[in-house]
Unconditional design. Structure first.
Length: 316
């Protein structure tokens, strides 16, 4: 009942915000008997192109579509937490990627999803080398097939670990258990073909898990990696700020709703460490990564890989 009431309050507050008319600070309303004169539409000069014709609609870029999908799944998870019957989420293993156990004290593990991404993956590796920091790259098999040189560079680096992030990043809640298995095994066959491919790590697309795939992964020797802190980079990416729903989904404090770096650092301070979810497809993530590293080190945090023994209790 408390969760449903909270959900109704959140929805009501959002709805109220949508109904509020915009106000221009300092504007003086026109008297009732002196309404502004209607604007007169002037025809364009002969041969000129109308503004509406000059600005042709453009299709969303691939990463805009990916970001929209991430947002949709995150907000669906938020709604489910408020409205699902007690015990239902645990019984179905649906949302286990948010790690509930405490992280090792003052330890931070960086993780990057949805690559490899030309230009971005290399930039992350350069920063990892510069600061001698490990990280996991959860790669999509279809992208590895297109950019094998990037996967090879991560594997050859001193600081990069490759993890399985499915073949083409579907929502596992929308496909059958057999299709989920195919997603896992196709990516497995590609990225772990080499004998020295490293530890088998898996992260669910959108963090959406299932009991059937959990069992498959464990039978094949995988560890499932979630996150303690969602950087919310998918929401900050477009404008540098997040809305109320996005903030609730990622745990962004009100003071940091327009401060990506501030959110990541504050969230790790609040948890006293943890595994951080980021996406290497977002330019803002890469542009602010060095600042995040510097601020966390100044605050006394130590960077480690999720495979470090200290994170054992955080993996499944």
């Amino acid at each position: 009942m408390v969760r449903r009431t909270l959900a109704l309050l959140v929805v009501a507050s959002l709805a109220a915000g949508c109904r509020t008319s915009p106000t221009v600070v300092g504007a003086t309303p026109a008297p009732a008997d002196r309404r502004p004169a209607p604007a007169i539409a002037m025809p364009p000069p002969a041969g000129a192109q109308s503004p509406s014709a000059a600005i042709a609609p453009t299709a969303p870029q691939p990463h805009e579509q990916e970001t929209a999908q991430i947002r949709q799944r995150h907000l669906a998870r938020l709604e489910a937490r408020f409205t699902a019957p007690a015990g239902e989420l645990a019984r179905t293993c649906r949302y286990e990627s948010d790690i509930a156990t405490r992280p090792p004290v003052r330890r931070v593990a960086l993780s990057f999803d949805d690559g490899p991404e030309p230009g971005q993956t290399e930039a992350v590796l350069d920063l990892l080398d510069k600061y001698d920091i490990p990280a996991v790259f959860f790669m999509i098999g279809e992208k590895v097939r297109r950019h094998p040189e990037l996967a090879a560079r991560v594997r050859a680096s001193r600081h990069g670990i490759i993890g399985n992030h499915s073949w083409d990043h579907p929502n596992f809640h929308d496909i059958s258990a057999a299709q989920q298995a195919d997603e896992v095994l196709r990516d497995d066959a590609l990225i772990f073909a080499a004998a020295d491919a490293g530890p088998r790590l898996f992260r669910y697309p959108f963090g959406n898990a299932s009991c059937e795939t959990n069992a498959l992964l464990r039978a094949r020797g995988y560890r499932i990696v979630g996150w303690h802190v969602d950087s919310c980079d998918w929401a900050f990416e477009k404008t540098g700020a997040v809305d109320l729903q996005e903030a609730l989904s990622c745990g962004v404090a009100p003071r940091n709703r327009d401060n990506y770096v501030g959110h990541v650092v504050a969230a790790l301070q609040a948890r006293n460490g943890g595994i951080v979810l980021m996406h290497e497809i977002h330019p803002r993530t890469i542009a602010r990564l060095e600042q995040i590293i510097v601020e966390l080190r100044a605050a006394g945090f130590v960077f480690a890989a999720p495979t470090d023994a200290a994170f054992e209790d955080s993996l499944r």
